[in-house]
Design a protein around this ligand. Structure first.
Ligand SMILES: Cc1cc2nc3c(=O)[nH]c(=O)nc-3n(C[C@H](O)[C@H](O)[C@H](O)COP(=O)(O)OP(=O)(O)OC[C@H]3O[C@@H](n4cnc5c(N)ncnc54)[C@H](O)[C@@H]3O)c2cc1C
Length: 305
């Protein structure tokens, strides 16, 4: 049985690891230059900043077993935020070290953007074709809808109800290189009722030797200014948190738009099979959401076959 997985984020990689371990023939395709999707770490000159997922909690036994394995290899580290009681986890050298470690031993092809699904064959922008017996799709649902419409794959009424139940928030992120670390207690702060909802000091977090911060705008601000000039939006976000990140401390900054950040409305089950098709949908739009939910979605998909 040949399985193709679209998306090398944590959900696609989680499914691929289990299937590969079970001896299935699996290929993972991703349009990005590397693996990890929204578990992303950007390098700016010599500095590093996590700019997608910032940390995650562990609620289930399945995810705990996986994180314990990563802890024993020093791939993850604990992070105790001053504002939160339960311990959080991070990639010890950046969030993307987690998906990178998961991709080891798996057939992953990057720079492969899937543009068409036709007659049990996946076609990519580069002109390659990948036949499959089963297809697992772990990209955000609005992108699934576009891909399926381009491929003339029909949705049943039930499929439409499931897909319509999933919604993601946008997020504008700023990564700034600093002269020195901030004084933010424990290296991370959640802010309320202001444009910036989150600041992480990546130096205090332990992922970079050159100090950087990551700012995430709240959903309302991100929605409102999503298509605006990114430099101007970044400047506005930075000036709004001047008390934590002073303008004199900033060396340079970059701004990034995430069209889909967290899946705020999700389908309750960890995955969904398109009616009358050998196509399965997974990712953080299914189950409990976030990094853990995306992992579990792939875990359950991997155990389905
Ligand atoms: C700004 C931000 C902050 C967040 N903060 C947190 C947090 O603090 N804690 C937490 O738990 N979660 C957080 N999240 C959410 C978390 O990152 C996601 O829930 C999780 O990483 C989703 O994993 P996934 O595998 O489902 O999807 P993704 O990581 O999005 O993976 C999907 C992959 O599919 C690829 N792809 C898309 N289209 C195609 C195509 N046509 N062909 C081939 N490949 C394609 C993409 O390149 C991507 O690599 C945050 C997300 C963002 C963006």
């Amino acid at each position: 049985m040949k399985t193709i997985i679209i998306g090398a984020g944590i959900s696609g990689l989680s499914a691929s690891r289990i299937l590969t371990q079970k001896g299935h023939t699996v290929t993972v395709l991703d349009k990005g230059r590397g693996v990890g999707g929204r578990m992303s770490t950007r390098t700016i000159d010599n500095a590093k900043a996590d700019h997608g997922a910032q940390y995650f909690s562990v609620k289930t036994l399945e995810f705990q077993a996986f994180i314990s394995e990563l802890q024993s290899k020093n791939i993850t580290a604990e992070w105790q935020l001053a504002q939160r009681e339960n311990v959080r986890y991070v990639g010890a050298k950046g969030m993307n070290t987690i998906p990178k470690s998961m991709a080891s031993g798996v057939d992953v092809r990057v720079n492969e953007k899937v543009v068409l699904i036709e007659n049990n064959i996946v076609k990519t922008e580069s002109g390659n074709s990948y036949p499959f017996d089963n297809l697992i799709v772990t990209i955000p649902i609005p992108q699934v809808v576009d891909l399926f419409q381009n491929s003339n794959i029909p949705f049943s009424e039930r499929d439409k109800t499931v897909l319509d139940s999933i919604h993601y928030e946008p997020c504008i992120a700023v990564m700034a290189v600093l002269k020195e670390q901030t004084q933010i207690l424990s290296g991370g702060i959640i802010l309320e009722n202001q444009p910036v909802a989150w600041i992480a000091d990546n130096f205090q977090k332990g992922i970079t030797e050159t100090p950087t911060v990551t700012l995430h705008a709240n959903a309302e601000f991100s929605e409102k200014y999503f298509d605006d000039d990114l430099k101007r939006v970044g400047e506005e976000m930075l000036s709004s948190v001047n008390q934590y990140v002073s303008s004199e401390n900033i060396v340079s900054f970059q701004t990034h738009r995430w069209r889909f950040s967290n899946a705020t409305k999700r389908y309750a089950e960890p995955f969904y099979q398109i009616e009358n098709q050998n196509i399965f949908l997974g990712g953080d739009g299914f189950g409990i959401g976030n990094v853990e939910g995306a992992f579990l979605s792939g875990y359950h998909l991997g155990n389905e076959f």
